[in-house]
Design a protein around this ligand. Sequence first.
Ligand code: GLP
Length: 246
Amino acid sequence: MRVVIANDYEDLSSRAAMIVAGQVCIKPKSVLGLATGSTPTRMYNKLVEMHKSASLDFSSVVSFNLDEYIGLLPEDEQSYHWYMNKNFFEHVNISKDNIHIPNGISKNIAEECQKYDQAIQACGGIDLQILGIGNNGHIGFNEPDLKFEATTHKVELDLDTIYANSRFFKNANDVPRYAISMGIKTIMQAKKILLLVNGQNKAEAIFKTIFNEITPEIPASILQLHQDVTVIVEKEAAMYLEGKIA
Ligand code: GLP
């Protein structure tokens, strides 16, 4: 893992946007794995700025989002469909046909999951996967468990995650209990991974991700086995990494 400590959230977002922009410039038909949550929001803002001011071209880019809540309509302001449209897709020239987000209102969730993985493979796999991390070390919605979930699947959210994500909802009872998430295998098959970590509340999770033994109880720890991972950690999130990273 390459670990980069960023001075602050703004610095983290600029560095992340530069990596994504570099990927798209080098390979205009890149397949991007996209993440939601508060962490990547500013990175998306910066990519939109680069699209507007420097004509960063997304017209051939294909995207696959990591996850989506089960039961929320795409128009729901708490859905990841809505988040992606408002923060990114509506402001750049990505083609609608190239956008993929799990369908959380599908009548057949198992089939939806299977088709999602097939679609990723049909596009030649993900070139660059962007990830955030949950306080409990989850990536996508792969919660701490006794086994690593393999491919895209239905997930029951941990109470910890429901509580953490309730800040986006009116109250915790409104947070869906289930989601569709790319599995660990889906994520690990990406050619490159960019993990973004912001805020003191993530300090323990990122410390364990890097230094703990690899275990499904810390889902992100599996990233130690991937050959091309860049982790950008904002200073406060890096409080336990001091003196441990070269
Ligand atoms: C959700 C998403 C994750 C994200 C995590 C952290 O649970 N499913 O993909 O990484 O939140 O979000 P934030 O960046 O808001 O802390």
